[in-house]
Design a protein around this ligand. Structure first.
Ligand code: KG4
Ligand code: ZN
Length: 344
């Protein structure tokens, strides 16, 4: 197997990241988070693009340095082409394009969601999922169950028709007065809360699809009514509120996954995306794995939230197929079924 060194760049939302892989081995993975959004309760696209522009050179330089590689050692440059924020994607894409052009090496356009899913194939000691497997891909922008038949063939089984799970965590946190991103904070506060203290409406969706907007509205109205009676309601019940709300999201996520696993008779189950870092989701998935005899695969923390390592591994398999991008490549902002070879 020839040695393939890929520099990968990910800038789809509010993390500027660069990683270097030698074949499937991760040599470095550098992530610069953007604290600037915390004060606004969510990602401000204009500020995200500017921050990417400020960070990208140093992030790429650091990734190469940590990998002990020089530019001449690179075989290809990989970049997230979408989905994501247009301005954010453009920074990474233009940078990657210019680098590949100057170095006269191939440019590889990679899909962000394929990256999250294929992050499981980065070399590590623990076992990797066997095809076909089911993956619950849960992030700030996406919530879907996919059947992964190969590195390239991924079939959409179910998805959210409105808010994503991570977005729901973040919106609930905002309602509670917590900073962005709220998911990790809710996770932390929920640890000392009672998940059965409060009940919120759960969406009854057909098939394998999700809906989270009703839960968010039910949470909002519940708080509004209780705050009328007691202005300190949130303060006095913060941990229980986080635990109860979190439980509802996780129940919705896992119910459909159990259903899909039974319907497709697949017991290879993986998690991917930022929300897979949630400790309660991980615990309930472990419990379900025992109950349903699943082989469960959970990404390491640094590979669950946005990172360029996942783009590098997805690009490696594209490199082997000589799936290179044209110089007129432009980013796409929305989930593109064609990009993932998805059949719904
Ligand atoms: O995959 P990711 O980094 O970016 C997107 O592709 O969207 O996911 C970010 C999302 C955010 O909504 C964040 O609140 C959520 O993942 N998240 C969590 C946790 N860590 C990150 N949600 C719940 N519990 C966590 N521990
Ligand atoms: Zn992501």
């Amino acid at each position: 197997m020839p040695e393939v060194n890929i520099l990968a760049i990910e800038s789809s939302c509010d993390d500027t990241s660069a990683a270097v892989l030698r074949n499937t081995t991760l040599l470095s993975n550098v992530i610069a988070n953007q604290a600037v959004h915390a004060a606004y309760g969510g990602v401000v696209p204009e500020l995200a693009s500017r921050a990417h522009q400020q960070n990208i050179v140093v992030v790429v330089e650091t990734a190469l340095k940590k990998a002990s590689l020089m530019l001449k050692d690179l075989s290809a440059i990989a970049v997230t082409a979408g989905p994501g924020l247009s301005g954010s994607l453009l920074v990474g894409l233009s940078f990657a394009k210019a680098m590949a052009f100057a170095l006269k090496i191939p440019l590889i356009a990679t899909d962000h969601l394929r990256g999250h899913i294929l992050s499981h194939f980065i070399e590590k000691k623990s076992p990797q999922p066997q095809f076909p497997f089911l993956v619950l891909c849960v992030s700030g922008g996406h919530t879907q169950i996919m059947k992964v038949n190969s590195y390239f063939d991924m079939q959409l089984i179910g998805h959210t028709i409105d808010d994503a799970a991570g977005e729901t965590f973040d919106k609930a946190a905002k309602i509670l007065g917590l900073p962005y991103p709220g998911g990790p904070i809710v996770d932390k506060l929920a640890k000392t809360g009672n998940p059965d203290a409060f009940m919120f409406a759960k969406a009854q969706m057909q098939g394998f699809d999700y809906s989270f907007s009703g839960l968010k509205t039910s949470f909002l109205y519940f708080l509004r009514d209780n705050l009328r009676q007691n202005p300190n309601f949130i303060k006095e019940n913060l941990n229980d509120l986080c635990a109860s709300f979190q439980k509802q999201i996780i129940l919705s996520l896992t119910d459909k996954l159990i259903k899909a696993s039974k319907a497709l008779n697949i017991k290879e189950i993986a998690l991917a995306g930022g929300v897979s870092a949630n400790s309660c989701l991980q615990q309930s998935m472990k419990d379900l794995s025992v109950k349903y005899h699943w082989n469960l695969y959970v990404p390491d923390l640094q590979l669950s939230t946005d990172n360029a390592a996942m783009i590098g591994i997805a690009a490696y398999f594209q490199y082997l197929q000589k799936d290179f991008a044209d110089w007129n490549l432009v980013p796409y902002t929305r989930y593109k079924s064609g990009e993932l070879k998805v059949e719904s």
